[in-house]
Design a binder for this molecule. Structure first.
Ligand code: ZN
Length: 143
């Protein structure tokens, strides 16, 4: 188990038309955060979310090409290849109020996104491929 302490907190709104994951990553890198917590709300013009398939060991991608609310954006920042790496999941809802979501990938176009980034200070977890989880780059387990 990693133990870190909270540092700075950033509140930021992403630009309309920007890519959600790229925008979050740019804010994280610019702020100097190397470990942290991310949350957000807002709306997307379109979305791309993934579900990891254990059998194929690849993400199945769902593209949703319509307006969506971001009911919940939650994620973390840790290190991968010595660089800050953002891992986020989304819960979205459509015009009928139906909710769905998944792993956030590039391809989500922002209309509005209000983000909270909380910095964590200490030794950041380092993502490495984990054979027990299909080679996904995850935090090492510390049993
Ligand atoms: Zn994920």
């Amino acid at each position: 188990m990693y133990e870190l302490k909270t540092g700075r907190t950033f509140l930021v709104r992403l630009a309309p038309g920007s890519d959600l994951l790229e925008g979050i990553t740019e804010k994280v890198v610019r702020s100097g955060v190397r470990a942290g917590l991310i949350s957000g709300i807002g709306a997307l013009r379109k979305a791309a979310v993934g579900i990891f398939d254990e059998k194929t060991q690849e993400y199945h991608i769902n593209h949703i090409d319509r307006e969506l609310e971001i009911c919940a954006l939650t994620g973390n920042v840790s290190l991968k290849d010595s660089e800050p790496f953002v891992h986020c999941h989304l819960t979205l809802s459509d015009r009928e109020g139906k909710a769905f979501g998944g792993h956030c990938i590039s391809g989500c176009e922002v209309f509005v996104c209000e983000l909270t980034i909380i910095e964590l200070l200490g030794d950041s977890p380092v993502r490495e491929p984990q054979d027990e989880c299909g080679g996904l780059a995850l935090w090492p387990r510390q049993d």
